[in-house]
Design a protein around this ligand. Structure first.
Ligand SMILES: Nc1ncnc2c1ncn2[C@@H]1O[C@H](COP(=O)(O)OP(=O)(O)OP(=O)(O)O)[C@@H](O)[C@H]1O
Ligand SMILES: [Mg+2]
Length: 235
C-alpha cells in the first residue's frame, strides 16, 4: 500500500472566521475512511478541499506528488478530471435531459473514443449494479431523490478515478440500497482506490476502515474500541 494523499495543518476560513484548523490526514491506497461531525462543522468544505474544488486558507495538501495548493483553478479541474471521483452531497443535474444524458455530461468534451467507449461500458455495468438501468432513458426530474443520488454516483465513477471523495453518498438511500453502494466501494478499494466519505450514519461508518471526527480544532481518529463501545451503547 502507498500513500495517496496527505493533508498537513490545513486551516479554512470564510470571511475571516475559522471553520476548522489543525487538520492532519494521510490516506493509503485501498483505504476507505469516514469523516463524521455535526452539521455545519465543515465536512463538505474539507471534502471540497480534498477534491480540489476549494483551496485551504493555509496548510499543505499533497495528492500523490502534486502540491495542490500551488495549482490554479484550471489546473485543479484537470487534476480532478483525471484522478478524482467527486460525489457531491446534492448531485447537480440538468433538468430536461435524461438520466443517461446527465451521466454523460463529463464526456461532452472528451475526444478520445477509447475513453468514451470504456465509459459506456462502465455506465452499463454500474447502472445494473445500482439498479437504475431501467431509468436511464427517463428525464432526470422524474426520478426519486435516491435514484438521482445513484445517477450522481455513476457519473462520478465513469472515468476510473484513483480517489473517490463522497459527500454523504447514501443519505437518500435505504439500508439495502446503501449496502449495494458500499459493497461497490469495497470492490473499488480492492482495486487500490482510496475512498473518503462524509457521513452522519454509523451504519456507513462501520463499513469503513477508519472513522475520523471533525471538530473546529482537529480531525481526530475514532479508534475501533471507541467505535465498538458506541455501537454497544446504541444497542
Ligand atoms: N462559500 C462559503 N462561504 C461562506 N461560508 C461557507 C461557505 N461554504 C461553507 N460555509 C460555511 O462553512 C461551514 C461549514 O459548512 P459545510 O457545508 O462544510 O458543513 P457540513 O459539516 O458539511 O454540514 P452538513 O452536515 O450539514 O452537510 C458552515 O457554517 C457554512 O455556512
Ligand atoms: Mg455537508
Amino acid at each position: 500500500m502507498s500513500t495517496v494523499l496527505v493533508l498537513k495543518d490545513i486551516k479554512k476560513e470564510f470571511h475571516g472566521a475559522t471553520i476548522f484548523e489543525n487538520i492532519h490526514l494521510s490516506i493509503l491506497t485501498s483505504q476507505m475512511i469516514a469523516i463524521k461531525g455535526k452539521s455545519g462543522i465543515g465536512k463538505s468544505t474539507l471534502l471540497n478541499i480534498i477534491a480540489g474544488l476549494e483551496r485551504p486558507s493555509s496548510g499543505t495538501y499533497f495528492l500523490g506528488d502534486i502540491k495542490m495548493e500551488t495549482k490554479n483553478l484550471n489546473q485543479l479541474s484537470e487534476i480532478r478530471k483525471k484522478k478524482i471521483g467527486y460525489i457531491s452531497q446534492h448531485s447537480p443535474m440538468i433538468p430536461g435531459l435524461s438520466a443517461f444524458e446527465n451521466i454523460c455530461v463529463p464526456l461532452w468534451f472528451e475526444k478520445n473514443m477509447n475513453i468514451k467507449n470504456k465509459a459506456m461500458k462502465e455506465i452499463t455495468e454500474l447502472s445494473r449494479v445500482f439498479e437504475v438501468d431501467h431509468l436511464l432513458h427517463k428525464r432526470i426530474e422524474k426520478l426519486s431523490g435516491g435514484e438521482t443520488q445513484r445517477i450522481g454516483i455513476i457519473r462520478s465513477l465513469i472515468h476510473h478515478p484513483e480517489v473517490v471523495v463522497a459527500d454523504e453518498p447514501t443519505a437518500a438511500l435505504d439500508e439495502e440500497t446503501a449496502s449495494k453502494v458500499l459493497d461497490y466501494f469495497k470492490k473499488l478499494k480492492s482495486k487500490g482506490i482510496a475512498i473518503i466519505l462524509a457521513t452522519h450514519s454509523s451504519f456507513v461508518a462501520e463499513h469503513c476502515d477508519e472513522t475520523y471526527l471533525l471538530t473546529k480544532n482537529e480531525l481526530s481518529h475514532v479508534n475501533t474500541s471507541e467505535k465498538d463501545r458506541k455501537v454497544g451503547m446504541n444497542k
